[in-house]
Design a protein around this ligand. Structure first.
Ligand code: ADP
Ligand code: MG
Length: 225
C-alpha cells in the first residue's frame, strides 16, 4: 500500500545541509499497526510528513496504492490526501475560530459532500468520539483530550485507510493519552493502518511492528521484509 524507496530529504539551513532522511526504504501493508521511535531530530516527523504528502522527498520514490506520488501535482496530492490519509498532530492543529462540529465537517466540505450527508457524518463522528455535548465548543473551550478527539474525528470523517499520528499523546495528561491511544487502536482494529510516532517506549511496545530511526535512517524494523 505504502512503498518508499531510497527516500532522501535534505534541509538547507544556512551553509549546512541537514540530512533529515537518508536513503530510507519503508513499506506498509494494509491494516498494520506501526510505532516509529528514535531520538529527537532523527527524522520521524519528516518521514510521517512525506508519507502524508505534506512534504516531498528530494530523492527516491514513494508509491501509494501503486501510484507514484512524486509525479502528482499539488491539487492531485491534496485530493489523494483527503481521501486516503488522516493526520493527527501533537498540537491538534484545529481551526481556532471553528466549533468542534465545524472542524470535523471541514474535510467533507472540501471534498464536496452534500450538506445533509455532512450533517449525518459529523453527528456519527461526534457520537463515536464521545463529543456530543461539545459540538458547539471552540477548541479553546475544550480540554486537551477533547481537542485531540476532535482532531481524530476530523482525520477519520472521510474514512481514510491510513492514519498517521505524530506524538498524538505528547501534549496530553496520562489519562487522556490512554484514551486517545485506545481510540486509535480501535480504528486499527477496524482495519485502518496506523502509523504512530512516539517517544514513549510503553506506547511503542503496544504496536505490532516497531521501527527505530537514528540520524535520518531506519536503524531497526521488526517488520521489515
Ligand atoms: P524528529 O521528528 O525525529 O524529532 P524531524 O523529522 O522533525 O525529527 O527532523 C529531522 C531533522 O531535520 C532535524 O535535524 C531537524 O532539525 C531538521 N528539520 C526538520 N524540518 C526542518 C525544516 N523545515 N527546516 C530545516 N530543518 C528541518
Ligand atoms: Mg517530530
Amino acid at each position: 500500500m505504502i512503498q518508499l524507496q531510497k527516500i532522501a530529504r535534505v534541509f538547507q539551513v544556512g551553509d549546512e545541509a541537514v540530512h533529515a532522511l537518508d536513503s530510507v526504504d519503508f513499506s506498509v501493508a494494509p491494516g498494520e499497526y506501526i510505532a516509529i521511535m528514535g531520538p529527537s531530530g532523527s527524522g520521524k516527523s519528516t518521514l510521517l510528513n512525506i508519507i502524508g504528502l505534506l512534504d516531498r522527498p528530494d530523492n527516491g520514490s514513494y508509491h501509494l496504492d501503486d501510484v507514484d506520488t512524486t509525479h502528482l501535482g499539488d491539487r492531485q496530492k491534496a485530493e489523494v490526501r483527503r481521501h486516503k490519509i488522516g493526520f493527527v498532530f501533537q498540537f491538534f492543529h484545529l481551526v481556532p475560530r471553528l466549533s468542534a462540529a465545524d472542524n470535523i465537517e471541514l474535510p467533507l466540505v472540501l471534498a464536496g459532500v452534500d450538506a445533509s450527508r455532512r450533517k449525518e457524518r459529523v453527528k456519527t463522528a461526534l457520537a463515536s468520539l464521545d463529543l456530543v455535548g461539545r459540538a458547539r465548543h471552540r477548541p479553546d473551550q475544550l480540554s486537551g483530550g477533547q481537542r485531540q478527539r476532535v482532531a481524530i474525528a476530523r482525520a477519520t470523517v472521510m474514512q481514510p485507510r491510513i492514519i498517521l499520528a505524530d506524538e498524538p499523546t505528547g501534549n496530553l495528561d496520562r489519562a487522556s493519552g490512554k484514551d486517545v491511544i485506545e481510540i486509535l487502536e480501535k480504528l486499527n482494529d477496524d482495519g485502518m493502518s496506523l502509523i504512530m510516532v512516539t517517544h514513549d517506549p510503553g506506547l511503542g511496545s503496544r504496536a505490532k511492528r516497531q521501527v527505530r530511526m537514528v540520524d535520518g535512517r531506519i536503524e531497526s524494523d521488526t517488520g521489515a521484509s
